[in-house]
Design a protein around this ligand. Structure first.
Ligand SMILES: *[C@@H]1O[C@H](CO)[C@@H](O)[C@H](O)[C@H]1NC(C)=O
Ligand SMILES: *[C@@H]1O[C@H](CO)[C@@H](O)[C@H](O)[C@H]1NC(C)=O
Length: 612
């Protein structure tokens, strides 16, 4: 197996980075071990290895005038008449690439390379299909002409779909080393360049009013991958002035905007900062993150209602069936890890990452489904439900071939990259940002780190250093801001005299590491409330990082019950089972990530105080 660095050198030139901060490990360096996170990964991987590749190719082949090989058509958002059909396939490419990167699973790899080879055939048939060189999509190129002329009226968001295909190709190139993916991607990027180079600045800006995904992100990333400035120029054409200008001035103009249309643009800004060093890009991305997390985010880490942002801090009035679109959170997590590398002393970024991962995305997947199907929204209305009951628009599950929603695509990625943000490396530092059972192989340092934990069901994690570790590197451990009192850190069973204040990184510095060294971290958890920004008496209840929800079985709720905070108590001394009294009746409280196929309640009218 090649080291990630060597693979990087073989695959493409890594270009200068404005940040000298920490960087992530390649997915191949980290494996999950038994945990709820790994169970999620396993379910998604089983779907990825099962889904019919020819069905996924159908719309590409039909559009590029090739035989569809007798494949059945898909339903939902990949039906042959759906405007932005083939938006989903890029997510499958990325997820197959992630599956191969982290598990060395050759079925995933072979599916990725076969799919790419078939896309190359589609692209090669463009002359016969009447398309420009490099074009690649499941819908006709004429949609782009209509988009540019602002006459597109069929609801299509063509660059949004193409962005995902490009990102998938880039991931197959990067993680699998497939040069066909590189060639198809460069040809498609060349098509984007020739299409957009003909437009004036104003025509381009007008066009950007239509959702275009992360075109600036993927093209700036392509610049990072190739070192070819052409792609940075094309990326910057997709800088959306009407969204970027207020953000550069730290103004919240989000009210009424379609939320997930914006987040990818901000990820692009973060990558463009890293590519150019222009601080305006950094400010746009960091301000967008701060505004979203501080003023538009629910207790579970998700944002938006009916896919839209509302007025700053407007939470209480929007707790409905269609809150917290999952794609937004998937994109916020990507933004979060980019921004943290620019400000690695701040725990705010990974405090949010943990909040959203545990309380939104982990439970977005159906644990009872072997294909790991997911919900689009996560309902936060009283009596909300993730399950087979509700109509689309709430928390119903996706299906194998009849959904292909945006959030199904992003969840394929979420659940195949659960290992990508646990650890980061600095020049002489290892950062532990998430508490998740896993093994890290830090090849440059001859170090392995094995993290054993049942977090968040337990408050303790143990990191065992192995390999041939030596000195010369420090370990930084995020001490979350929810931690109820200073964390306890033991090295080889002895209490270590290390500052571990909530909301800081505990640093183990200057140690001569030896194989077998253990670092045990206990993060004291306590009950706490997470109030709606605009209504302090309306709050979710959390234990440590875990938002708890009330289990209402099949009972309907017409309003948020009133929870007597003083009545909330843990059942026993371990685990996350609690009870409380709401509207005068006992209600079971447990991790929201476990609330499936039941009517639940997350935000309560509250009275009294939580027990100390
Ligand atoms: C982040 O948002 C909060 C709340 O809106 C605000 O008080 C704070 O100044 C912001 N921080 C930055 C760095 O903009
Ligand atoms: C890793 O181990 C190899 C082989 O024992 C050794 O040559 C190299 O110096 C070690 N690297 C570090 C950073 O300790």
């Amino acid at each position: 197996m090649l080291s990630s660095n060597l693979l990087g050198l073989l695959l493409g030139l890594v270009v200068g980075d404005a940040s000298t901060g920490p960087s992530p490990f390649d997915l191949s360096a980290v494996s999950l071990t038994n945990s709820r996170f790994m169970d999620n990964q396993d379910r998604t991987v089983s779907y990825l290895k099962w889904v019919d590749v020819d069905r996924l190719l159908y719309n590409f082949r039909a559009n590029h005038k090739l035989s569809t090989n007798g494949a059945s058509t898909n339903g939902g958002w990949d039906a042959p008449n759906f405007p932005f059909r083939t938006h989903a396939q890029g997510h499958y490419l990325t997820a197959w690439a992630f599956c191969y990167a982290s598990l060395r699973d050759t079925t995933c790899r072979d599916r990725a390379t076969r799919f790419v080879a078939e896309l190359a055939k589609c692209q090669a048939n463009n002359r016969a299909a009447g398309f420009g060189t490099g074009y690649l999509s499941g819908f006709p190129e004429s949609d782009f002409a209509a988009l540019e002329a602002r006459t597109l009226s069929n609801g299509n968001v063509p660059y949004y779909a193409v962005h995902k295909t490009m990102a998938g190709l880039l991931d197959v190139w990067r993680h699998v080393g497939d040069t066909t993916a590189r060639d198809v991607l460069l040809a498609l990027a060349g098509w984007v360049d020739s299409r957009t180079s003909k437009l004036s600045y104003q025509q381009m800006q007008n066009m950007l009013a239509t959702e275009f995904g992360g075109m600036n992100d993927v093209l700036a990333d392509l610049y990072r991958q190739t070192g070819d400035k052409r792609w940075l120029t094309v990326a910057q054409r997709f800088d959306h002035a009407s969204v970027f200008d207020p953000l550069a001035a730290n103004q919240d103009k989000f009210d009424g905007l379609h939320a997930n249309t914006q987040v990818p643009k901000w990820i692009g800004a973060a990558i463009e900062y890293k590519a150019t060093g222009q601080t305006r890009y950094r400010d746009i991305a960091a301000n967008a993150w701060n505004i979203t997390v501080r003023s538009h985010t629910y207790a579970i880490g998700g944002n938006s209602q009916a896919e839209h942002f509302h007025a700053p801090n407007a939470i209480a009035g929007y707790l409905q069936k269609d809150t917290a679109e999952a794609c937004n959170t998937y994109n916020m997590l990507k933004l979060t890890r980019e921004l943290w590398t620019l400000d690695p002393a701040s725990t705010a970024y990974f405090d949010y990452y943990e909040q959203a991962l545990i309380n939104h995305l982990l439970g977005q997947q159906n644990p009872a489904d072997r294909h790991g199907h997911i919900t689009y929204f996560t309902p936060l209305n009283p009596g909300g439900r993730r399950g087979v009951g509700p109509a689309w628009g709430g928390g119903t599950w996706s299906t194998d071939y009849d959904s292909f929603w945006c959030c199904q695509g992003t969840a394929l990625e979420t659940n195949t990259k659960l290992a990508d943000s646990i650890y980061f490396r600095g020049e002489s530092a290892l950062y532990v940002n998430l508490f998740s059972a896993s093994v890290l192989k830090w090849a440059e340092r001859n170090v392995t780190v094995t993290q054993a934990t049942a977090f968040p069901a337990s408050d303790t994690t143990t990191l065992t250093v192995g390999g041939n570790p030596a000195s010369g590197w420090d370990m930084y451990i995020r001490i979350p801001s929810w931690t109820a009192s200073a964390a306890e850190i033991k090295i080889n069973g002895e209490k270590a005299n290390i500052a571990a204040t909530p909301g800081s990184y505990a640093a183990i510095k200057g140690r001569a590491w030896k194989a077998g060294d253990t670092v045990t971290v206990r993060l004291p958890m306590a009950l706490r409330t997470v109030a709606a920004n605009d209504k302090p008496s309306l709050a979710a209840v959390a234990y440590g990082p875990v938002v708890l929800s009330g289990d209402y079985g099949s009972a309907a709720l017409s309003a948020a019950p009133t929870l007597a905070l003083g009545s909330v108590k843990r059942e026993g001394t371990s685990g996350l089972a609690f009870t409380g009294t709401a509207d005068g009746k006992t209600v079971k409280l447990g991790p929201f990530y476990d609330a499936h196929e039941v009517n639940y309640n997350v935000y309560w009218n509250t009275n009294g105080q939580l027990p100390k």
